[in-house]
Design a binder for this molecule. Structure first.
Ligand code: 5AD
Length: 465
């Protein structure tokens, strides 16, 4: 059987989609190749959220086509996911070596199309059509039976698409309308993962807080998607109701979710943080800007004051909650005064970490047509100033952990130093320590001995003294 190599760009949703595709192909008898150099099929699962993500995938495909394909002409090359969705046939026109272009609602068709391409029945395949019910097809996992590869954390897709239409964002166009999976399917998938040893589940979607808010026409073969619709759960949103049912799963230790939207942080979700102990004290709350004028232009649906109120309520519910955010620097027409508002918001909130993005003009988005697009050097300069502030605040916040005892879930060897192990605290901080394979998957207490930039170092042995 052929071997496949899948390289993923972008967010956790893309990682999850790639995993589901890999699981699908393994079920069909494919093997997973260690690199593109030895694979019979190379798939790039792409990201469109910023231009540099698109360029990376295009450059990679050019290299693969020019290098690998020259020596092995029968290798099948494909683009999957967001950029495939937004560019479609144009990708093959530009890179004629590409055989397959598969959009975001078609991941489950990968095996069938590859069969046809490998058998020579078709020369090229481009499929970016919408497909009702496709949100329910991201459900297969690569669960390894042996201890070495055993996953202790897993991602579960709960919804696809986004209807928020932030003016900078391409996601509504690449991922389509919001479509949610039925809660019983999600719970069944979570239960199965827990039965295989998974202890921490991250619920995933482009805007998870909008889970179950929109009725979508479903094929008759699927159960009704919204048996817990608003009204039956004492005014709680379907997302909070979903958290509650997932929370009941015995053996599950930790629940995370990403990405939420601040407008979804109603009192019911804040209350969930207080009521549900498995829901970790961690929240990623993308703020994007500290200026009300810019937030309005972005179509974010909240003000700076409302955002700060949410943070205050979350900290009242869980004083040690770790809060991270996303910020866009240099949105069209952003003035020095607007940017100063972003700086002051960061000082006020004291984010544990923030992911900073230089504004990137995306095809067909409303912000692309706004006047006063900022010059690159100005964006660079603001980005550097904000980064310095985020690092300063993060450094201070991380150093406050030194001397504390914290629970970590051990994930495996440290990414930066494979001789050491790493785990994650409930508040989503990486802790590196001297561990070994026997620690993998363990929930253990460590004492924090040192703080680096966005990394903590711990010692489990000190606790036994
Ligand atoms: N330019 C820069 N950053 C963007 N993001 C989304 N669209 C753009 C864009 N056009 C950022 C937002 C979002 C994160 C995933 O990517 O901050 O939260």
């Amino acid at each position: 059987m052929p071997s496949v190599y899948i390289k993923t760009y972008g967010c956790q949703m893309n990682e999850r989609d790639s995993e589901a595709v890999a699981a699908q192909l393994v079920t069909k008898g494919y093997t997973l190749a260690a690199s593109e150099h030895v694979a019979d099929v190379v798939l790039l699962n792409t990201c469109s959220v910023r231009d540099n993500a698109e360029q990376k995938a295009i450059n990679k495909m050019e290299n693969i086509a020019g290098d690998i394909r020259k020596h092995r002409p029968n290798v099948v090359l494909g683009f999957l996911g967001c950029m495939a969705q937004s560019r479609g046939q144009e990708l093959i026109d530009r890179l004629p070596d590409v055989d397959l272009v598969l959009g975001t609602q078609k991941f489950h068709r990968t095996a069938d199309y590859l069969d046809e391409l490998l058998a020579g029945k078709r020369n090229k395949v481009v499929d970016t059509a919408e497909e009702p019910g496709s949100e329910g097809t991201i459900r297969e996992h690569l669960l390894h039976g042996n201890a070495r590869n055993k996953s202790v954390t897993a991602f579960v897709s709960i919804m696809q698409g986004c209807n928020q239409y932030c003016t900078f964002c391409i996601v509504p166009y690449t991922r389509g309308e919001e479509r949610s999976r039925p809660p019983e399917d999600i719970v069944a998938e979570c239960r199965q993962l827990v039965a295989h040893g998974v202890k921490e589940i991250t619920l995933l979607g482009q805007i998870v807080t909008s889970y179950g808010r929109r009725k979508t026409p479903h094929p008759a073969s699927l159960p009704s998607p919204h048996p817990m619709g608003r009204g039956q759960g004492e005014g709680k949103t379907p997302f909070v109701q979903l958290l509650e049912v997932v929370h009941e799963i015995e053996g599950l230790e930790r629940i995370r979710f990403t990405s939420p939207h601040p407008k979804g942080y109603g009192d019911d979700l804040v209350e969930a943080y207080a009521q549900l102990p498995k829901l970790v004290e961690s929240a990623h709350l993308p703020v994007q800007s500290g200026s009300d004028r810019v937030l309005k232009l972005m179509h974010r649906g909240y003000t700076r004051a409302r955002y700060l109120e949410i943070i205050r309520k979350l900290r009242a519910a869980r004083p040690r909650i770790g809060i991270t955010t996303d910020i866009i620097v240099g949105f069209p027409s952003e003035t020095e005064a607007d940017f100063t508002e972003t700086l002051s918001l960061c000082r006020e909130v004291e984010f544990d970490n923030a992911f900073l993005f230089k504004y990137s003009r995306r095809k067909d988005t409303p912000a692309a047509a706004l006047p006063r697009q900022l010059p690159e050097p100005l964006i660079e300069e603001r980005h550097a100033r904000l980064l310095a502030l985020i690092n300063e605040i993060g450094g201070r916040k991380y150093s406050e952990f030194v001397g504390r005892q914290m629970q970590i879930l051990v994930e495996g060897p440290s990414r930066k130093n494979s001789a050491r192990f790493s785990g994650r605290t409930r508040c989503n901080k990486i802790v590196v320590f001297d561990g070994s394979e026997r620690h993998r998957g363990e929930l253990m207490d460590v004492k924090i001995t040192r703080a680096g930039l966005f990394t903590l170092y711990g010692d489990p042995a000190i606790l036994n003294l």
